[in-house]
Design a protein around this ligand. Structure first.
Ligand SMILES: Cc1cc2nc3c(=O)[nH]c(=O)nc-3n(C[C@H](O)[C@H](O)[C@H](O)COP(=O)(O)O)c2cc1C
Length: 350
């Protein structure tokens, strides 16, 4: 009820302002989350890249860009939260307006361009607010350094000790040239640098790569070969898409930026399937793109995802979307006679 009232107000507000209100609200930590606190069914527990997750539904990068509300997010039923994208230096991002709701398509187009407080401020924030569950930290370069490895190295040096896993974002469409890092030679160089960095540490944390959905089959095969050869820890599939906007209905469909939500769902599922088949169960995948209920969550797992994330469904369905999906998901796997969610991974790729 509280959310319905809040939501009808937020829906009339510019989406970026609505998001700022949501962060402010979650920061207050005054809503009776503890009363509603959700415990997922044990059938949803899963271990991925050495980390134990209570449930497979995570909050995708971009919502908690500056790591302000992750402990409130955990109370909403998310099994993990990925903060960021964080860059070495603070930056403002692209000019506003840069976030558009596409109500007719259950989608969002954004061209934010990594506005964030910068790594030093975010580091202090996380250090002073110990995480109460699994925290991923998503890092990227400042706009002017988009294709250089140095910015990733600066950020990972800062955040490696604080994170449960680190996501290397090479796939935002809103930082010019960033997606060039999908090139074979460039990604190989980047992986080598990051693995060399990781070798200095006794405690190993997963370093995973977040990819674009706008890849053709030969690019998918080339990347798979490199990832297998370098034995990387995992990938996140996918970031927002810049293709397919002509098929949308909403009047905002031609806005500049990356598209997320319902129209991305099948696109990301097809990419997940292809990587899953290439990986032969050796590299885990976090599936993201249009997850909005138990059915879409289950489908992505059957396509090969071990964990899931969402962002856009939280905007359209509200803060309890994760606990609702978890309940629906555990019912679905029970109906299929499975004891644990891991038994469903990739079953639709045979
Ligand atoms: C407003 C907005 C901002 C985003 N910012 C980031 C970001 O900073 N870093 C990132 O890796 N992904 C970012 N994303 C992409 C999401 O993490 C996710 O990959 C994408 O939205 C698909 O999931 P969804 O359909 O559940 O929203 C952003 C998405 C939205 C809608």
């Amino acid at each position: 009820m509280l959310y319905q009232i809040l939501n009808s107000f937020l829906k009339q507000t510019d989406p970026e302002t609505a998001h700022e209100y949501a962060i402010k609200f979650l920061k207050q930590d005054i809503i009776p989350f503890d009363f509603f606190k959700f415990t997922a069914d044990p059938s949803l527990k899963i271990k991925v890249f050495g980390v134990d997750f209570d449930n497979p539904i995570g909050l995708a990068a971009g919502f908690d860009k500056n790591a302000e509300v992750y402990n409130s997010i955990f109370k909403l039923g998310f099994g993990f939260s990925e903060v960021g994208t964080i860059t070495p230096e603070p930056q403002n991002g692209n000019p506003k307006p840069r976030v558009f709701r596409l109500n007719a398509d259950q989608a969002i187009i954004n061209s934010l361009g990594f506005p964030n407080d910068g790594m030093n401020k975010v580091y202090e924030r996380i250090k002073n607010n110990p995480k109460k569950s699994i925290l991923g930290i998503n890092i990227g370069p400042n706009k002017e350094n988009a294709t250089k490895e140095d910015d990733y190295l600066r950020c990972i040096e800062k955040f490696y000790p604080l994170a449960d896993y680190i996501t290397i974002n090479i796939s935002s469409p809103n930082t010019p040239n960033l997606r060039n890092l999908h090139d074979k030679k460039k990604i190989l160089d980047l992986i080598n640098i990051l693995q060399k960095f990781k070798n200095n540490f006794k405690e190993k944390k997963a370093i995973i790569f977040k990819l674009s959905p706008n890849l053709n089959n030969s690019e998918i095969n080339d990347l798979s070969e490199i990832f297998l050869e370098k034995k990387i820890d995992g990938i996140v599939l996918t970031n927002t898409t810049i293709e397919g906007k002509e098929l949308l209905e909403d009047e905002n469909k031609n806005k500049e930026g990356g598209l997320s939500g319902y129209p991305l769902n099948q696109v990301s599922n097809q990419i997940i399937k292809k990587f899953y088949i290439n990986f032969k169960k050796t590299i885990p995948i976090i599936g993201v793109g249009g997850v909005s209920d138990g059915v879409t969550a289950y489908e992505k797992i059957k396509c090969g995802a071990s964990l899931l994330q969402l962002y856009t469904a939280m905007v359209f369905k509200g803060p309890y979307v994760a606990s609702k999906i978890n309940k629906e998901l555990s019912n679905l796997i029970k109906k299929d006679g499975l004891k644990n969610i891991s038994e469903a991974i990739g079953v639709n790729t045979n």
